[in-house]
Write a protein that binds this ligand. Structure first.
Ligand SMILES: *[C@@H]1O[C@H](CO)[C@@H](O)[C@H](O)[C@H]1NC(C)=O
Ligand SMILES: *[C@@H]1O[C@H](CO)[C@@H](O)[C@H](O)[C@H]1NC(C)=O
Ligand SMILES: *[C@@H]1O[C@H](CO)[C@@H](O)[C@H](O)[C@H]1NC(C)=O
Ligand SMILES: *[C@@H]1O[C@H](CO)[C@@H](O)[C@H](O)[C@H]1NC(C)=O
Ligand SMILES: *[C@@H]1O[C@H](CO)[C@@H](O)[C@H](O)[C@H]1NC(C)=O
Ligand SMILES: *[C@@H]1O[C@H](CO)[C@@H](O)[C@H](O)[C@H]1NC(C)=O
Length: 293
């Protein structure tokens, strides 16, 4: 009788000590990620005998399902590539690697499995290789930030298939070529070699493509009325500023350090910007720059 009581007590204690919220699959994946980075100090709170939902830093669990919905690792000492295992956290809505000392290599394609992602930020790292085509599978993505890396190649046209993108930041990379024609093709095919950023049906609000090697004709780009911020400074963009830009009522713009020409169209917000929004182009003219000859 006494033995039974003791063993019941022990069972009780055992179940108590294991009554954590953390999903076992998620926990195992996170411990693999920690191991991948060589048990870094930054992830010291990730211990196998504590609850990832209540005791670990850098992660958040959903309040009802207890699945990991946020993984944000930033500002610290971390070396290696982004592990493919991040793609095994199927309920992630937020994924961030930002400002870490030595994160190199490509953007792992497994990120494209994270169909619930709303925000993806991989910035101030030393990532190389292309912006993966497969990111277009992330239909719920609103924020895509890949700034301050050494990414190369052109912007995949499939990114135009992400319907919810609101903030797109690809600045400070080594991206080349045109912006994809298919950005905006939702509104119907445009004949010719039109390069279009976003069609009128897109919701994109903020786009930063500055400090890359992008090369396209700005005259042919159609912008959505929802555009609030466009920074393309320091590229190789040619053509002129489209008259349509006078219709964007909430726009903030910087097209400096490109190869643009012609008169800045009169109207809308275009004369409200400082001249530095336009300077260092081939032959742009008109207010706020000097008048055209
Ligand atoms: C950066 O990481 C790579 C690969 O993990 C390693 O070989 C290299 O020594 C690291 N460099 C520094 C400065 O930590
Ligand atoms: C990228 O690597 C270079 C040297 O390989 C280093 O100087 C630079 O600080 C690194 N940048 C970041 C953001 O880690
Ligand atoms: C960017 O591309 C240029 C030309 O291909 C190359 O010289 C340069 O090293 C690249 N820079 C980075 C940061 O990858
Ligand atoms: C774009 O929006 C217009 C007006 O709301 C609509 O008629 C059209 O079908 C939309 N096009 C696409 C491809 O969604
Ligand atoms: C840019 O496109 C416009 C409109 O199609 C065209 O008139 C112009 O010649 C093009 N500019 C260059 C430099 O190709
Ligand atoms: C535009 O960008 C250039 C280059 O970074 C910068 O010098 C200038 O101050 C910016 N101007 C505005 C109005 O944002």
């Amino acid at each position: 009788m006494k033995a039974l009581f003791i063993s019941l007590l022990a069972l009780n204690l055992l179940s108590l000590s294991f009554s954590e919220l953390c999903n076992p699959h998620d926990k195992q994946v996170l411990l693999q990620i920690k191991k991948h980075f060589g048990d870094p100090y930054l992830l010291a709170s990730w211990l196998s005998d504590t609850d990832c939902c209540t005791s670990w830093n850098q992660v958040e669990c959903d309040a009802t399902t207890n699945r990991i919905v946020s993984l944000r690792i930033f500002s610290g000492d971390l070396s290696g590539e982004i592990p493919a295992e991040v793609g095994d956290l199927p309920y992630l809505e937020t994924l961030e690697f930002h400002k870490l000392t030595n994160i190199t290599g490509p953007i792992t394609p497994s990120i494209s499995n994270l169909i619930h992602l709303i925000s993806l930020r991989l910035s101030n790292l030393n990532l190389t290789g292309p912006v993966p085509d497969s990111l277009s599978k992330l239909k719920n993505l609103r924020v895509l930030t890949l700034s301050f890396n050494s990414l190369s190649g052109s912007i995949p046209s499939s990114l135009a298939l992400m319907p919810e993108i609101d903030i797109l930041e690809l600045d400070r990379n080594n991206l080349t070529g045109p912006i994809p024609e298919s950005f905006g093709n939702f509104a119907g095919r445009v004949p010719g070699d039109a390069s279009m950023l976003f069609g009128p049906n897109k919701t994109s609000g903020s786009v930063d493509l500055s400090r890359n090697l992008l090369e396209f004709n700005l005259s042919k780009v159609v912008f959505p009325n929802t555009l609030t911020y466009l920074d393309v400074n320091h590229n190789k963009i040619f053509g002129s500023i489209p008259t349509q830009m006078t219709q964007l009522n909430h726009l903030s713009l910087n097209v400096s350090y490109n190869r643009l020409c012609g008169q800045i169209p009169q109207g809308g917000q275009l004369q409200t910007f400082d001249y530095t929004a336009y300077f260092h182009n081939r032959c742009l003219c008109g207010a706020p720059l000097a008048s055209c000859k």
